[in-house]
Design a protein around this ligand. Structure first.
Ligand code: NAD
Ligand code: UGA
Length: 455
């Protein structure tokens, strides 16, 4: 039985390794982390992250061929293949602050692998990294005492939160980048063998290391660019009475464009889009490609603009003031089906509203814990209500910021009666039934569509 180790038990490490353990009963899979609380949660019934289908997946393999541990050193020694899925956030200090990837966790991992290896190993980059990071990893690992050989591969992860289990079960493609040497290709084959347990041959794509690293940044940049493109058009729609949903449908029906990722919104959130584009921007700057850097940076700027534009619209439609008004924020997670709030548009929107002296009350089925941490600096000014009806009681306005399906089936007549008059609703996800809300009496504002108002 071969031993697989994954360093980093987060949103990527936990689900990906649970899927490998499930599909590869002939491998022993261990996931380690320095965060003891996180490992204890993976070992309990209360997993550290919410993801549909994940609890069942973990339950079916935990204790059989899937294990969680904090003993990083001992597990490295036993492993044949080591996946590294530690966090690679945007650097907040020093050179490249605000753009470059912070590789300190990554580098520490390389050193721990080096210190605890007594046999040859394959090291797999699962984290999203700047192009040529494998080079740095190899340079550290090459200082190993004679005889021990490491082969570094790139195997970026493309799963999205909220659909992690289905994405891992049936991926569009699996990328494996490796060196074009005999030992490099042998390592590539070892990783191909794992994925071929369930992924069809034509979807397992091998390529050179740098193409694989760049393809991950490129995929996120292209996806985010689509959202920023449609969001930029939403502003034109609001100015001209075109309807962004109609425009999106019309362009999406062109098979060359395709219909996915064209939903106008308050902006994209999540732990990766912004950081990966900034990572790409920094990479371009490093290579002196200023124009290319500015091109991609604009995708992030439009996203920031979309969020401030949403708040500006709220304020202007509510008679140019939200001071002392109760605003119920429905949904704080960066998308539905996750409790993750990293880079969620709700964070900046709530902060802008709080700075305007609004009384903000936040409701979310899975993300209130994280929301409290994100808005800690405003702790005494924000209220949290899991129950939507308690949140909207006495509210002047509702801002819907996450497309939780449960918000489509709320009793909006009851909500209307609980609110202050005139009742405003701002649908930041364009997914509610606006005609129905207008007929109840709400003044309805959405993204990229003419408002429906009674006053
Ligand atoms: P995360 O913060 O949820 O998890 C990372 C984990 O690594 C943390 O639990 C942390 O304690 C652990 N860690 C850090 N340093 C360590 C060390 N030296 N030894 C052991 N453990 C250590 O991050 P995530 O969302 O899982 O993302 C991980 C990587 O995968 C990032 O590079 C990200 O860009 C990429 N990625 C994320 C997603 C996603 O949907 N979240 C999807 C694809 C790729
Ligand atoms: C994204 C990618 O989709 C994954 O392929 C990738 O692996 C991952 O980033 C990563 O590298 O971390 P994720 O951030 O989990 O996944 O979620 P997405 O479904 O991509 O949504 C990102 C944001 O864009 C959300 O805030 C979502 O609401 C927003 N979005 C998405 C829109 O506003 N409109 C759309 O049409 C689609």
């Amino acid at each position: 039985m071969k031993n697989i180790l994954c360093i980093g038990a987060g949103y990527v490490g936990g689900p990906t390794m649970a899927m490998i353990a499930r599909k590869c009963p002939d491998y022993n899979v261990v996931v380690v982390d320095i965060n003891e609380e996180r490992i204890a949660a993976w070992q309990s019934d209360e997993l550290p992250i919410y993801e549909p289908g994940l609890a069942e997946l973990v339950k079916s393999t935990a204790g059989k061929n899937l294990f969680f541990s904090t003993d990083v050193a001992a597990e490295i020694e036993k492993a044949d293949i080591i996946f590294v899925s530690v966090n690679t956030p945007t650097k907040t200090f020093g050179k490249g602050a605000g753009k470059a990837a912070d590789l300190q966790y990554w580098e520490k991992t390389a050193r721990v692998i080096l210190a605890n290896s007594k046999s040859d190993k394959i090291v797999v980059e699962k984290s999203t990294l700047p192009v040529r990071t494998a080079d740095a990893m190899e340079r550290i690992l090459k200082t190993a005492p004679d005889g021990i050989k490491f082969e570094v591969l790139s195997n970026p992860e493309f799963m999205a939160e909220g659909t992690a289990v289905e994405d891992l079960e049936d991926p569009d493609r699996v990328l494996i980048g490796g060196h074009d040497t005999e030992s490099g290709q042998k390592a590539v084959q070892a990783l191909v063998d794992i994925y071929r347990h369930w992924v069809p041959e034509e979807k397992v794509v091998t390529m050179n290391l740098w193409s694989s690293e760049l393809s991950k940044l490129a995929a996120n940049a292209f996806l985010a660019q689509r959202v920023s493109s449609i969001n930029s058009l939403s502003a034109i729609c609001e100015a001209t009475e075109a309807n962004v949903a109609e425009v999106s449908r019309a362009i999406g029906m062109d098979s060359r464009i395709g219909s996915k990722f064209l939903k106008a919104s308050v902006g994209f959130g999540g732990s990766c889009f912004k950081k990966d584009i900034l990572n790409l921007v920094y990479l371009c700057e490093t290579y002196g490609l200023e124009e290319v850097a500015r091109y991609w940076e604009q995708v992030v700027k439009i996203n920031d603009y979309q969020q401030s534009r949403f708040v500006a619209n709220m304020i202007s439609s509510m008679f140019n003031t939200v001071a002392d008004k109760r605003i119920a924020v429905l949904g704080f997670a960066f998308k539905a089906d996750t409790g993750d709030t990293r880079e969620s548009p709700a964070i900046s929107i709530c902060k802008l509203l709080l700075d305007e002296q609004a009384n903000v009350v936040v409701s979310d089925p899975k993300a209130i814990g994280n929301a409290k941490k994100d808005l800690a600096e405003y702790a005494d000014k924000v209220e949290y209500e899991e129950d939507v009806y308690a949140a909207v009681k006495g509210a002047h306005a509702i801002a819907v910021l996450t497309e939780w399906p449960m918000y489509e089936t709320l009793d909006y007549k009851k909500i209307f009666d609980l609110m202050e008059k005139p009742q405003f609703i701002f649908d930041g996800r364009n997914f509610l039934d606006h005609d129905m809300l207008y007929d109840i009496g709400f003044n309805v504002y959405s993204i990229g569509k003419a408002p429906k108002k009674h006053i």
